[in-house]
Design a protein around this ligand. Structure first.
Ligand SMILES: *Cc1c(COP(=O)(O)O)cnc(C)c1O
Length: 401
């Protein structure tokens, strides 16, 4: 067997052990298969179920306007961009979509990234590095945490939404370099909002940059769907608006919207932008069609329906006795606690025809496992009543309520 063979067997053994440990701790993950398109009800592993764990909040993922726009874009521009933007992949649709994003967010310019994950792991290391300070909410998304590691800036994590603690940390830490404060606009596993007005005051006091990841707020929150910063009345004060197209916009991809200077800087410094193939025409066209819808009266109606569904659902589960953990949006977590219990809840709910995922470490801290329910504009009242009835039955059976 040589050294390589022995090493390979050793590695295989530790991988098998790791997998066994995950299973024993109730942390093992597997994919489920959804057949057909993404709607309020889907065919899961061959059976129709009510979908209560999708980020397709406005139901745009299978909207005819997005589908037609994609098909026409493929016919006109083909299937791929063929290269990164800085080589030869920069096409008309990239520029058109970026102009639309900048107008939507009220900034001078915008820049596309392949995904939200790529955006955060590109933007953060571009803006801060060795000698700089990065202040990050403890509950920020994993892609922000990974962007922070890649940046080599000194990471200062502050307790969730505790701005008195953040202010103390800003006072205590010294740098001659840059300070960047980064926060989710809507916290993805808790459904609560960042205190953006207070964060703006702090960033001004300390001369820091403020970046908001609004993956779950854009398209949904604020009077015109421009996101959590619109809802908090601080659109113009955010230095970097980061957002995604894979959630409320029913498409794919992500962006930074900022001043012309900052975008110019990202084009020259963000490695996940520079070294990655540009988004394909079909995706760009779907995103443009989604912005059209979000800005039209149809978008307004969808947002109103989503808000109505959220209120109905949250009120009903709260009066059944569930702890919804500070949820103020269409993300409504139901606190469960242990990993085994949350997975059993999820299994029993599926048997009742309701698809909700249990959320476990490392996505959330140990002991705070939860059923993360997400509402859609396309859920009917009958859907929601079915969901509440099933959740109440299962919650009682497992002693959660
Ligand atoms: C989903 C999400 C991302 C990642 O976006 P993708 O486009 O799915 O890669 C980043 N940040 C937050 C807060 C998210 O919820």
């Amino acid at each position: 067997m040589g050294l390589y063979g022995r090493w390979r067997i050793g590695l295989a053994k530790t991988i098998a052990e790791d997998l066994r440990n995950l299973q024993e701790e109730g942390l093992y993950r597997q994919m489920r298969l959804v057949a057909g398109s993404q709607g309020g009800r889907v065919v899961l592993d061959g059976r129709e179920v009510l979908l209560l764990c999708s980020n397709n909040y406005l139901g745009l993922a299978n909207h005819p306007a997005l589908q037609v726009a994609s098909i026409l874009a493929i016919e006109r521009y083909g299937a791929s961009s063929g290269a990164s933007r800085l080589v030869s992949g920069n096409m008309e649709l990239h520029q058109e979509l970026e102009a639309r994003i900048a107008a939507f967010k009220g900034t001078e310019r915008a820049l596309l990234f392949s995904s939200g994950y790529a955006a955060n792991t590109g933007i953060i290391p571009a803006l801060v590095g060795k000698g700089d300070l990065l202040f990050s909410d403890r509950l920020n998304h994993a892609s922000i945490v990974d962007g922070a590691s890649l940046s080599r800036a000194r990471l200062v994590r502050y307790p969730h939404n505790d701005l008195a603690a953040l202010r103390r940390l800003l006072l205590e830490t010294k740098t001659t370099g840059r300070r960047l404060i980064v926060t989710d606009g809507v916290f993805s596993m808790d459904g609560d909002l960042a205190k953006l007005a207070e964060l703006v005051a702090l960033k001004r006091e300390f001369g820091a940059l403020l970046m908001v990841d609004d993956a779950h707020g854009s398209g949904v929150l604020g009077a015109t769907g421009r996101g959590s910063a619109e809802q908090c009345g601080v659109m113009a004060a955010i230095d970097i608006h980061m957002g995604t197209f894979g959630k409320a916009f029913g498409s794919f991809g992500a962006y930074a919207a900022a001043s012309a200077e900052l975008i110019d800087y990202l084009i020259n410094r963000a490695r996940s932008f520079i070294f990655s193939t540009a988004l394909p025409p079909a995706v760009l066209a779907a995103s443009i069609a989604a912005i059209d819808l979000v800005e039209a009266s149809e978008g307004q109606e969808l947002r109103e329906r989503l808000a109505g569904n959220t209120l109905l659902f949250r009120t009903a589960v709260q009066s059944a006795g569930f702890d919804t953990m500070g949820s103020a949006t269409q993300i409504v977590p139901l606190f469960v606690g242990p990993a085994e219990t949350v997975m059993e809840c999820s299994r029993l709910l599926l048997a009742e025809g309701v698809f909700v995922q249990g959320i476990r470490p490392p996505t959330v801290p140990a002991g705070s496992c939860r059923l993360r329910c997400t509402l859609m504009a396309t859920h009917t009242e009958a859907d929601l009543l079915q969901a509440v009835a099933a959740i109440t039955t299962v919650g009682r059976k497992l002693g959660v309520i």
